[in-house]
Every structure is written in structure tokens, then in C-alpha cells.
Design a protein around this ligand. Structure first.
Ligand code: MN
Length: 205
């Protein structure tokens, strides 16, 4: 489910169309949440990233990856705003492109991913338990990511806010958005129930 960053182009970035209907993930993610989360939150990161980049013409032809991984080359006064919002764009595109309607036969891993998961976590069930427990532990807003190092090694990481693993040579295989904005309308405070239900729509093949 890796995101092809070249799809994003460069400044000004724009919100790609949602790859399924806004109600396609019901009952696990409701249409209302999808509108707020995709249009307002994801769209908001794109708007804020464009606004932060606007005064700096020398950044206008840099792809998202370079904006994220070369923060020392960014103007100090705009660095946090650019990195945080670019991270929000990157994480949300990965998250939404990694979901599919529950009826599709893509929610259990097969092939090499299944073998790797069984190697590191004994079974897919065991992996789900460990990943869900880590996601429940995220303090405040953030993400839980299953990452691959490209040599067959898997690891689970919790990331705060809009941090990413992009610049550490790790490729995200799957990630859960555990910001309250991802679940509060439907699940209220119950992050655990949201996490359990997310397994019904997350793409693993
Ligand atoms: Mn989100």
C-alpha cells in the first residue's frame, strides 16, 4: 500500500479524489467522519502546507519527500509548519489509500507479507493483538505503523502528531490514524473499539 510520492507533484499540492465513496467503509467508518476527516483534516493539511510554502519560491519545485527529509534546508521560521503539514499530507494519503470496503477480499495478508508477519509475530492474530495494543498506547494524537526495512524485517512503531518514518529508510506497510478526529464522531472516546473495527477495512494485500 505504499504511496507513490511522485503522484503528489510539487507546490501547489492538491487534495486527490477519495478512491472510494464516502460511505463505502460503513458501518466501521461513517460517511460523516469520512467527510470531515478527508475533506477538512486531510484537505486542511494540504492548504496549510501550500500556505507555508507560498512565500518561498525556491521550495516550489521540491516533491513532498524532499520537503520532509531535508528540514535543515528549510527556512527556520517556516520549518515546523512545513514539516508538520507535509507529514500530515503524507500520513493521510497513506492511510486513506490503505483502506477498502469490508466486502473486498483484501483485509488479510497473503504471500510474502503473511510469511513475514508469521515470522515476527507467530500468526496474523498475534500480530493484530500486538499492533492493537500498541495503537491503544499512543498518548495524545498520533499514528501506529507497521514498517518494513526492505530486507524482510518488520517492526511496529508509534509516531506522535504527524511524524513519519520516511527519512529513516523504513517503508510503511500499514498505518492506523489514532487522532481523535479519526473516530470521535462514531466511537466517542472509545479508541479501542475503533481500532478493533478498523481491521475490517484496512488493506493488507
Ligand atoms: Mn487524521
Amino acid at each position: 500500500m505504499a504511496v507513490n510520492l511522485s503522484d503528489f507533484g510539487t507546490y501547489p499540492f492538491s487534495l486527490p479524489p477519495l478512491p472510494y465513496a464516502y460511505n463505502a467503509l460503513e458501518p466501521y467508518i461513517d460517511e460523516d467522519t469520512m467527510h470531515y476527516h478527508y475533506d477538512k483534516h486531510f484537505g486542511g493539511y494540504i492548504d496549510k502546507l501550500n500556505k507555508a510554502l507560498e512565500p518561498y519560491e525556491f521550495l516550489h519545485d521540491l516533491p513532498l519527500e524532499e520537503l520532509l527529509c531535508a528540514p535543515n534546508g528549510l527556512p527556520p521560521e517556516a520549518r515546523d509548519s512545513i514539516v508538520n503539514n507535509a507529514g500530515g499530507v503524507y500520513n493521510h494519503s497513506l492511510f486513506f489509500s490503505g483502506l477498502a470496503p469490508a466486502s473486498e477480499d483484501v483485509h488479510e495478508p497473503d504471500g510474502m507479507l503473511l510469511e513475514a508477519i508469521e515470522g515476527f509475530y507467530d500468526s496474523f492474530e498475534g500480530f493484530k493483538e500486538e499492533f492493537s495494543a500498541r495503537a491503544a498506547e499512543v498518548f495524545g494524537s498520533g499514528w501506529t505503523v507497521l514498517a518494513s526495512d526492505g530486507e524482510g524485517n518488520l517492526s511496529i512503531a508509534n509516531l506522535a502528531n504527524q511524524d513519519t518514518l520516511l527519512c529513516e529508510g523504513l517503508e510503511p506497510v500499514m498505518l492506523f490514524d489514532v487522532w481523535e478526529h479519526a473516530y470521535y464522531l462514531l466511537y466517542k472516546y472509545d479508541r479501542k473499539e475503533y481500532i478493533e473495527n478498523l481491521w475490517n477495512v484496512v488493506k493488507l494485500r
